[in-house]
Design a protein around this ligand. Structure first.
Ligand code: FAD
Length: 343
């Protein structure tokens, strides 16, 4: 374990923002982590734990220490004829865990295929896609208090999961390093095709579902066709969360905007933020979709995705995000919240 100085994080965040960390260290095991907790340079500086950097926007240099998580390993803890309990260390790439599961025909995370990032960041925002969320299969989280080094087990209930949300994004933000998670997957699961786009894709391509890999393949194909690849253009996926309103608010909005799409979820109505953003723009009669200012902008196919065209700065992307939030608020009275972690 070697602590480096003035380390450039450009290749460690999917926005591709050049940012310097005053100190930088990579950890590959819990032993190294426990050593790090005793390092004076670690103790004396503000800490930022980083996975694949696919959900962060650096708006300035980091004056403390960045710890890059490379703790790998997947282990089967228990199994019976119906279920299997799998522990994954937090530095495993999320899609590698999905591949491990579907290669054995275990069910539960196949709809979450190809979400970028590490396993350890997944509970942070209760990753979700195509009708599934991490909280549906997670049983516990192992984490270390980043200041005391003390290890704690969080039950699923203690994680207080919500839509793209958890206790680790709120009251415990930057206070715990997630070292491992345990998932309960099924050996006898049924395909979850509740998500409209997935269902339509399966029908259109006449895909017969024989195993969980068929679902993960279909999801991967849809994702590749819809989302910009960060290796081609810097981005962090959806920059904003979708908006949830109660039925009275929805009725009021739909009176004014009959074309406003919505989806019923958990007793509330979800309004796609992409639609709201498309209806607004930098000036009257224009749309944010495809808008570019300098080196940053809004993706031309997906209005939820902010992009770095090349040499953009994090602050430029943040400024653009604030303008988008203000315009949506002015037109619809709705508050967009960033999904990406601003640093
Ligand atoms: C093209 C694209 C598509 C995406 N699609 C989706 C999607 O469909 N659904 C979805 O939910 N997300 C999506 N995302 C967002 C992103 O993939 C997830 O949020 C992912 O979990 C982030 O993982 P990471 O390792 O890159 O986290 P990072 O960006 O490295 O970190 C994110 C936050 O978590 C903290 N963190 C990281 N690791 C740990 C740890 N071990 N312990 C404690 N805190 C930690 C960091 O400090 C930071 O605040 C997408 C991103 C991209 C670029």
């Amino acid at each position: 374990m070697k602590i480096l100085k003035n380390y450039d994080l450009k290749n460690l965040n999917t926005f591709g923002i050049p940012t310097k960390a005053k100190f930088f260290v990579e950890i590959t095991g819990e032993g190294e982590l426990n050593e790090l907790f005793k390092e004076p340079l670690y103790i004396g500086h503000e800490k930022l734990f980083l996975g694949e950097g696919s959900n962060v926007l650096f708006t300035k240099d980091w004056g403390g220490i960045v710890v890059l998580n490379k703790i790998k390993g997947i282990e089967i803890l228990e199994e019976d004829s119906e279920n299997i309990l799998i522990k994954s260390m937090s530095g495993v790439i999320w899609h590698d865990l999905v591949s491990f599961a579907v290669d054995h025909d275990y069910w539960g995370i196949e709809n979450l295929a190809l979400i970028p990032g590490t396993v350890g960041a997944a509970p942070m925002q209760n990753i979700g896609a195509y009708g599934a969320e991490l909280k549906n299969v997670l049983t516990l989280v192992e984490a270390y208090n980043v200041n005391t080094g003390e290890k704690r087990i969080f039950s699923k209930e203690e994680c207080i999961f919500g839509y793209r949300d958890s206790i680790f994004k709120n009251s415990l933000r930057n206070k715990y390093f997630i070292s491992a998670i345990t998932l309960r997957l099924s050996k006898t699961g049924k395909p979850n095709t509740s998500y409209k786009i997935l269902k339509e894709h399966l029908e259109k391509n006449k895909i017969e579902i024989k195993n969980s890999k068929n679902i993960s393949d279909a999801v991967s194909e849809i994702r590749r066709s819809k989302l910009p690849d960060p290796r081609v253009i810097g981005n962090a996926g959806s920059f904003f969360k979708n908006v949830f309103v109660d039925k009275d608010k929805l009725a009021e909005l739909r009176r004014l905007y009959p074309a406003m799409p919505f989806f019923e979820e958990d007793g509330l109505s979800k309004i796609p933020s992409a639609w709201l953003i498309e209806q607004c723009g930098p000036a009257n009669g224009t749309s944010w979709k495809g808008y570019r200012v300098g080196n940053v902008g809004v993706h031309h196919k997906q209005a939820l995705v902010l992009v770095n065209h090349g040499d953009g700065r994090g602050q430029d992307i943040k400024d653009l995000a604030l303008q988008i939030i203000a315009s949506v608020k002015e037109k619809f009275g709705l508050e967009l919240a960033p999904e990406v972690n601003l640093i």
